[in-house]
Design a protein around this ligand. Structure first.
Ligand code: SAH
Ligand code: SF4
Ligand code: F3S
Length: 476
C-alpha cells in the first residue's frame, strides 16, 4: 500500500468566488478518496479550491495514524500555519481522518491553533461543521487566543455521500470505497480503531456511484477497502428464493461486485486495493479471470515470512496457507501479479525470522513490495510488547528487504520483455518529456513515447526494457 502526500489542485479559473479551501492529504488511497469527497462537498457549497495554504480561508489536513512518523509530519505541517493563524484569526484550521479519530482532544492540546477535529465517519458533514464554527465565532465575537472549537469523532453510522451535487475533481482515474473499516485485529495496527467496524456498501449503490464517476470522465476505477475481499461478509445472508451471491451462505462477495461493474459502458479498467490472504477464494479468482477489465494485479500483504511473527501479529494465516491461496490465484489467473507490504522489526523478530521474510519474498515473486519499520501505536495489542528490535537493526533489515524486493521486482518485470501490451495512457511521464505512462493489464507500470495531449488514448506497446519498478517500450 503506498502512502504519499497530495494537495488540492486549484479549481478552474471560472469557478465561484466563494471562500477558499485547501486540503492536504496524508496516508493511503482511502484518504485520497475521502479528500475528494470533502473537496466535492465544499465546491458544491460555493467554496473554491486553491492550490496553496497561503491563499486559503479553510485549511484541512486529512491525516494518517498508521505509524508515529505519519503523525509527526502532520504536526510539523500544522506548525507552519501558527503564524498565519495569529495574523488572520478568521482562518479555519481542521484536522480530519485517522489521526483525528485516534488522538481527538490531544490535537487541540498539542496544536492550539486547530479549530476542528473531525473523525473518519464525520468528514462528510463538512462544510456544515465549518459553518457552525463560523456561526459560533460570530456569536461569541472574536476572542483571540480562545477560539471556538469543534470535535466530531462519533463512530456511529456509515459514511454515505450523495455525490450528485459534487463537482468531480478526480480526473481520468477514480477511487471507489466499497467498504469502510476493518474487523480484523492485527496486533500492530491502529486502523480498526481509527476506521471502526466493517460496513460494506450495497452493490447497487456502488454501481450507481461508478456510473456517476464514468459520466464525469473516469475510465479507471480503483476499488478500495482495508480487506477488500472480505466485502459482503457483514451483510445478512439472502432469504431463501432470493438471488444468491458468491460469498459465505450466499452473501454478495467481491466476485459479484466485479461481475456487476464489468459491463459498465465507458469504464475501461478496474483495480483493487488491498486484499487479505484469508479471504482469497476460487470464486474471486474466477471472477478476475472472467472480467477483462479487471487488472491482474493484487496487493496481498504477507507482512512477514515467519510463522512465529505472523502468529504474534495475529494475521490469521501462516506461510503454508498463504502459499495455497497464491496457488489458487495462479491456477485460475496465470498472469496474476502480486504485491506485498512488509513490517520489519516487529517485537521479538529474530535474524532467523527476518531471513524467512527474505526467502518468502523471493519465493512468491512479488512484483512490488512496500517495507515498513515497526512503529508501536498507542492502544494496540503489540504496544504492550517490548519494542525490542533496535532501530539500527530495523534500518538494516529495511535496507536488506528493499534490496530483495528490487531483485524480485526486476525478475518479474523482465518476464514481460518482448511481449506486446494494450495500454491506456493515464498520465504524462513526470521524468521524461514526450513520454506517457499507463499500466499493463497485469497492473505493471509502463512508459512509452507519446505527447501529453494523448492521455486517455489506448496504445499498443512492445515491452523493450524493465527496471524493478516499471517497464518501458515502443509503439507498434
Ligand atoms: N489493510 C491493509 C493495510 C493497512 S495499513 C492490510 O491489512 O494489508 C498499511 C500497511 O502499513 C500495512 O500493510 C502494514 O505493513 C503497515 N503498518 C501498519 N501498522 C504498522 C505499524 N504499527 N508499524 C509499521 N507498519 C505498519
Ligand atoms: Fe490493520 Fe490488519 Fe485490518 Fe489491515 S487487516 S487494516 S493490517 S488490522
Ligand atoms: Fe493511515 Fe488511516 Fe489509511 S491510518 S493508512 S490513513 S486507513
Amino acid at each position: 500500500m503506498s502512502l504519499a502526500r497530495v494537495e488540492t489542485k486549484a479549481s478552474p479559473a471560472a469557478a465561484a468566488a466563494g471562500p477558499a479551501v485547501h486540503v492536504v492529504t496524508f496516508g493511503c488511497q482511502m484518504n485520497k478518496y475521502d479528500s475528494l469527497l470533502v473537496e466535492g462537498r465544499f465546491v458544491g457549497d460555493g467554496y473554491r479550491l486553491v492550490a496553496s495554504m497561503e491563499e486559503a480561508d479553510v485549511v484541512l489536513f486529512n491525516t494518517c495514524a498508521v505509524r508515529e512518523h505519519a503523525e509527526e509530519r502532520v504536526y510539523s505541517w500544522l506548525g507552519e500555519l501558527k503564524r498565519r493563524k495569529r495574523e488572520h484569526p478568521d482562518l479555519v484550521v481542521g484536522v480530519l481522518g485517522c489521526m483525528a479519530q485516534r488522538a481527538e482532544e490531544e490535537i487541540f492540546e498539542r496544536a492550539g491553533h486547530v479549530d476542528l477535529v473531525v473523525g473518519t465517519r464525520r468528514f462528510h458533514q463538512l462544510p456544515e461543521l465549518v459553518d457552525e464554527l463560523r456561526a459560533r465565532r460570530a456569536a461569541g465575537g472574536a476572542r483571540p487566543g480562545r477560539p471556538e472549537r469543534l470535535l466530531a469523532t462519533e463512530m456511529d453510522g456509515v459514511v454515505a455521500v450523495d455525490r450528485a451535487r459534487e463537482v468531480y475533481t478526480g480526473g481520468l482515474h477514480g477511487y471507489l470505497a466499497v467498504m469502510r473499516g476493518c474487523d480484523l485485529n492485527c496486533t500492530y495496527c491502529i486502523v480498526p480503531r481509527t476506521r471502526g467496524r466493517v460496513a460494506s456498501r450495497p452493490i447497487a449503490e456502488l454501481v450507481a456511484e461508478a456510473r456517476w464517476m464514468v459520466e464525469q470522465g473516469v475510465r479507471v476505477i480503483t476499488l478500495l477497502g482495508q480487506t477488500l475481499n472480505s466485502y459482503g461478509e457483514d451483510f445478512d445472508p439472502p432469504m431463501s428464493g432470493a438471488a444468491r451471491g458468491a460469498g459465505r451462505d450466499g452473501r454478495p462477495a467481491l466476485a459479484d461486485l466485479l461481475r456487476a461493474l464489468e459491463p459498465l459502458a465507458g469504464l475501461e479498467r478496474i483495480r483493487m486495493i488491498t486484499l487479505h490472504p484469508s479471504y482469497v477464494t476460487r470464486e474471486l479468482a474466477r471472477a478476475i479471470a472472467d472480467c477483462a477489465k479487471v487488472e491482474r494485479f493484487l496487493p496481498l500483504p504477507l507482512q512477514s515470512g515467519s510463522d512465529h511473527v505472523l502468529r504474534r501479529m495475529k494475521r490469521g494465516y501462516n506461510l503454508e496457507l498463504y502459499r495455497r491461496r497464491i496457488a489458487i490465484l495462479r491456477e485460475e489467473v496465470p498472469d496474476i501479479e502480486l504485491s506485498s507490504d512488509w513490517i520489519v522489526g516487529f517485537p521479538g523478530e529474530t535474524d532467523a525470522d527476518f531471513e524467512q521474510s527474505e526467502r518468502a519474498l523471493a519465493e512468491f515473486g512479488f512484483a512490488q513490495s512496500f517495507v515498513f519499520r515497526y512503529s508501536p501505536r498507542p492502544g494496540t495489542a503489540a504496544a504492550d510488547l517490548s519494542d525490542d528490535v533496535p532501530e539500527a537493526i530495523k534500518a538494516e533489515r529495511n535496507t536488506r528487504l528493499l534490496a530483495a524486493a528490487e531483485q524480485a521486482g526486476r525478475r518479474r518485470m523482465e518476464r514481460q520483455i518482448g511481449s506486446t501490451k494494450d495500454v491506456l495512457a493515464e498520465e504524462p511521464s513526470e521524468r521524461r518529456a514526450g513520454s506517457l505512462r499507463g499500466r499493463t493489464r497485469e497492473g505493471l507500470a509502463i512508459g512509452f513515447p507519446g505527447p501529453a495531449e494523448q492521455v486517455g488514448s489506448w496504445f499498443r506497446v512492445r515491452v523493450e526494457h524493465a527496471s524493478p519498478y516499471a517497464l518501458s517500450g515502443t509503439l507498434v
